[in-house]
Design a protein around this ligand. Structure first.
Ligand code: F6R
Length: 594
């Protein structure tokens, strides 16, 4: 979604802003712009990619500026609606993430007072309010402006007469990069990796005045100290490293992701997390909250916690939970989110907390919003995920949920230890799938010809069927549905024809025989049938058109291996269809609006 960058220091700001905006491209956007301040304000913005805008930029020596990528919410993608937005004098420029709920009312007031608006955005009221309140003291003008705003925001202000950048945040993230005689701002650290590893994360309602020589942070009009931190991610981790796409790179990073998770969790100490909190939950129940791919992780998490830890679990789509009457004060609420910024998930966790639940965040991003809300956080440490489609972060979430189930397990310690022993073999098994990835390509070439596909499974692998379908539709634009195989006869069968391939995920567990019965019924409707099956499974060859093999594994862990296969299937199908894999149309990496 929208991204903010800014620079103030001794170097030319323009190339730094362009580079930083490029690093945020993965978030998904439709227009972009920069404002630079030398002796006067220079504004460049348009619809389309940053590389297109860059071609039209002439050299500018200004040493401070702000930039933005926009994912349209208020008003269609257009040059007028792109950020930065200016006031009437053209001396004040603002970039903003978030939503100003009362913008219509403010706009009407300001219009009555003589201000002219050029865009349909909620953001444009901010520079006009600053203009209204400015009488030589920019800080005061921004304070007064914030007092008028209802909604969420992270915004940055550039003023022709003030050699500073001013930023403020409420419910939208903002990070300040500290350099040597230069400072940077960004809505996420990926934009800063090329320039500095020293950062300050702003907290809720912080306001900061930034110069090339430092940062002064204020909260509730009092100066506050915010700890400087080292970014834990390397520059290389956010580059393609020779892979055709970030998504492929991230799929191939999964053996390492699993290995790292094992190293962290195997001692069952789980990064200092208070396990008692989870154990206490046994008597109460666990409420899992998430969206999209992360929600599918929670669907497996539910089964694992119920099966291994014998805890009653509810897995809820965050956006639905937020408007439900579900009463949850006696639960442990666990919010799962790669970005930690998904608006619905943050809202759901806040709701659960306000009902009296204990709260835990499982997230990949340090200092993200859900980690600020939760009582405790379990970081999945998958490294930066740039491809819009979640891959390694999903696997890392699954590992965290396996750990949660095992560490709060009602299973005997001996069995628990032997399960952990089997988990140690997982990185190698995933690597084996990746080493044979080329064998999946013919199946993808087949799938690429169809417009509708079904992913089916049962039990522990049902969430992986849902995830496979989501991956397929979001990057290949093929209509894909994930189904519990037993449910297909209750309506979906009407759609089965030779034009609707079925991808079935099998596992030699208690669902195997009944799943095969379901598949035979589907095959009788002449569907092209691709199955994902264990290397030891001979039965499946008798009726599947194609079989993708995974190494033999304890069925409890088969979802981790099958995940990699469905990701590769989606990836190669999208590649076959020539789709924009890392930045699928209309999608954003982190969904910060409801
Ligand atoms: C799909 C995908 C999305 C996200 C969802 C939640 O590949 O990435 O469905 O899983 O938007 O995002 P997070 O996990 O950041 O809360």
């Amino acid at each position: 979604m929208c991204g903010i960058v800014g620079y103030i220091g001794y170097r030319e700001a323009q190339p730094i802003l362009v580079d930083s905006l490029e690093k945020l491209e993965y978030r998904g956007y439709d227009s972009c712009g920069i404002a630079l301040c030398g002796s006067t304000m220079i504004l460049r913005k348009d619809v389309g990619r940053i590389t297109e805008l860059e071609k039209r930029l002439s050299r500018c020596e200004a040493h401070r500026g702000i930039g933005h990528i926009r994912w349209a919410t208020h008003g269609k993608p257009s040059q007028a609606n792109a950020h930065p937005h200016l006031d009437c004098t053209g001396k004040i420029a603002v970039v903003h993430n978030g939503v100003i709920i009362n913008f219509q009312q403010l706009r009407e007031q300001l219009t009555a007072e003589g201000h002219h608006f050029y865009s349909d955005t909620d953001t444009e009221v901010i520079p006009h309010l600053i203009e209204k309140y400015y009488s030589g003291d920019l800080e005061q003008a921004v304070y007064h402006t914030i007092a008028d705003l209802v909604g969420s925001f992270a915004f940055a202000v550039l003023h022709e007469e003030n050699d500073v950048l001013i930023v403020a945040r409420k419910e939208s993230p903002l990070v300040i990069g500290i350099g040597d005689k230069e400072s940077f701002i960004a809505s996420d650290v990926s934009a800063l990796l090329n320039h500095t590893s020293r950062v300050i994360y702003l907290e809720e309602n912080d306001f900061a005045v930034i110069t090339g020589n430092g940062v002064r942070v204020v909260n509730q009009r009092h100066k506050v100290w915010r700890k400087e931190r080292e970014i834990p991610w390397s520059v290389e981790s956010a580059q393609k490293g020779g892979y055709e796409h970030f998504m492929l790179k991230e799929i191939y990073e999964q053996p390492t992701v699993v290995q790292n998770a094992l190293r962290e969790y195997l001692s069952l100490s789980g990064n200092g997390l208070n396990i008692d909190m989870i154990k206490n939950a046994r008597t109460r129940g666990v409420l899992l909250l998430a969206c999209g791919t992360s929600y599918y992780a929670t669907l497996l998490g539910k089964q694992l916690l119920e099966k291994i830890a014998k805890v009653p679990v509810w897995a809820e789509v965050a956006s639905e939970f937020n408007y439900s009457e579900m009463v949850s004060e006696r639960f442990l609420a666990v919010a799962v989110s790669q970005s930690g910024e998904t608006s619905d998930t943050v809202k759901a966790l806040k709701k659960a907390k306000s009902m009296g639940c204990m709260t835990l965040a499982i997230t990949n991003v340090l200092e993200s919003s859900i980690s600020r809300v939760a009582d405790q956080t379990l970081y999945t440490r998958a490294g930066p995920e740039i491809g819009v489609a979640a891959t390694k972060s999903f696997t890392a979430q699954l590992m965290a949920l396996y750990w949660l189930a095992l560490s709060s397990s009602a299973v005997e310690m001996q069995i628990c230890q032997s399960l952990l022993q089997e988990m140690r073999l997982l990185p190698d098994k995933i690597q084996q799938i990746l080493d044979n990835a080329e064998r999946i390509i013919p199946c993808s070439q087949l799938l690429a010809q169809f417009e509708h596909v079904f992913f089916v499974s049962r039990g522990l692998n049902f969430p992986i069927a849902l995830e496979g379908a989501l991956k397929m539709k979001e990057i290949s634009y093929i209509h894909a549905e994930g189904y519990a195989a037993g449910e297909t006869k209750h309506g979906t069968f009407a759609l089965l024809t030779p034009k609707t391939p079925v991808i079935a995920i099998t596992s030699p567990d208690n669902t195997y025989d009944v799943l095969l019965t379901n598949l035979r019924e589907m095959k009788a409707r002449d569907v092209p049938l691709i199955t994902i099956a264990s290397e030891n499974d001979q039965e499946i060859d008798k009726f599947a058109d194609e079989v993708i093999r995974i190494p033999d594994v304890n069925p409890l862990f088969s979802p981790l291996l099958n995940t990699v296969v469905v990701q590769l299937l989606a990836y190669y199908t999208a590649r076959e269809r020539g789709c924009s894999i890392d930045m699928p149309r209309n999608l954003a990496k982190s969904v910060t609006v409801e």
